[in-house]
Design a binder for this molecule. Structure first.
Ligand SMILES: [Zn+2]
Length: 302
């Protein structure tokens, strides 16, 4: 009997010890797992630990996409619906019209002499536009122009200089008598009597037929040139003046290819004032002053 009781006690004690041992093992295991799962990303987490709960796992792509996605664009402001003008509401653009009796359009050429005409008021400009004052007293060291074109001419010269290009105001107003002397000298130098080259185009105008007598034009070169010739077309100064002259109310008066219309050889230095509106129209359309007169003669519209 004693032996049976003793074995039972030993058995119970053994079961208790086993149970305690198992309990302790479970405690150690879970404690260890918790520590490793929150520890540094050393890959030391217990085997079988689910990768999905490791804190250093790559963030799921969709979350990143959400952050990277640009903020939704503001809805574009609705454009004002284009107004369809009714015939009554449509702005009526005044037809282009020029009063050719205006002084700005004075036409002087081999067929139109102004005889002994003299401008009422002359002003004198510094030839290199280094001095910007406009002198009204006679000054032989400056060029004279009609006072009405002095300011736009000076502005054009100054802006050309500001663009980094050399400017020389070579010749402005010439009186009837000065032109008569010019004509005689140039004819003699070229062995001609009518002022025309072999193609029948004027290289010098008879007195009364030169635009220089109006005071409304100016020969502009990049430097003093004793003889003006086609070299001027290669200069940047010419290109700038050709491209910008209309902004100041000037036109290239004797363009290449229009010699039969103007009657004058092409002159890349001769710029004539006609006012902003006409200058824009003439230069944009590649016209000459003669063609302008043909279009607008008798106040005709285009
Ligand atoms: Zn000229």
């Amino acid at each position: 009997m004693k032996n049976r009781v003793g074995r039972a006690i030993v058995g119970i004690l053994a079961l208790l010890l086993l149970g305690f041992y198992i309990y302790r093992q479970e405690q150690i295991h879970w404690h260890s797992a918790d520590v490793e799962s929150w520890g540094p990303a050393t890959g030391l987490h217990p085997e079988g630990f689910e990768a999905g709960v490791v804190m250093n796992a790559e963030p799921e792509a969709p979350i990143q996409m959400d952050y990277a996605a640009p903020a939704p664009a503001e809805p574009a402001p609705a454009e004002a619906p284009a107004e369809i003008p009714t015939p009554e509401a449509a702005p009526t653009e005044a037809p282009l019209r020029f009063d050719l009796s205006d002084w700005k359009y004075m036409l002087v050429n081999g067929d139109n002499s102004i005889d002994q005409y003299e401008p009422e008021n002359l002003v004198y400009l510094n030839m290199t536009a280094d001095e910007t004052d406009l002198q009204t007293a006679y000054n032989p060291n400056r060029i004279a122009v009609d006072a009405r074109i002095a300011e736009p001419l000076l502005n054009m010269a100054l802006d050309c200089k500001a663009a980094g290009l050399p400017v020389f105001l070579s010749s402005g107003y010439r009186s009837y008598s000065e032109q008569a002397a010019n004509f005689q000298r140039i004819c003699q130098n070229n062995g001609i009597t009518d002022g025309k080259d072999a193609n029948g185009h004027y290289i010098t105008m008879p007195a009364g037929c030169s635009e220089h007598q109006t005071g409304l034009c100016c020969d502009i070169t990049d430097r003093y040139r004793e003889i003006k010739n086609n070299d001027i077309f290669q200069t940047e100064t010419f290109a700038w003046l050709r491209d910008h002259c209309a902004d100041y109310g000037f036109i290239l008066r004797f363009p290449t290819g229009k010699e039969d219309i103007t009657g004058v050889m092409n002159e890349g230095w001769h710029f004539r004032y006609v006012g902003d509106e006409a200058a824009r129209y003439i230069m944009d359309n590649g016209l000459t002053l003669e063609e302008f007169w043909q279009q607008f003669g008798d106040g005709a519209n285009v």
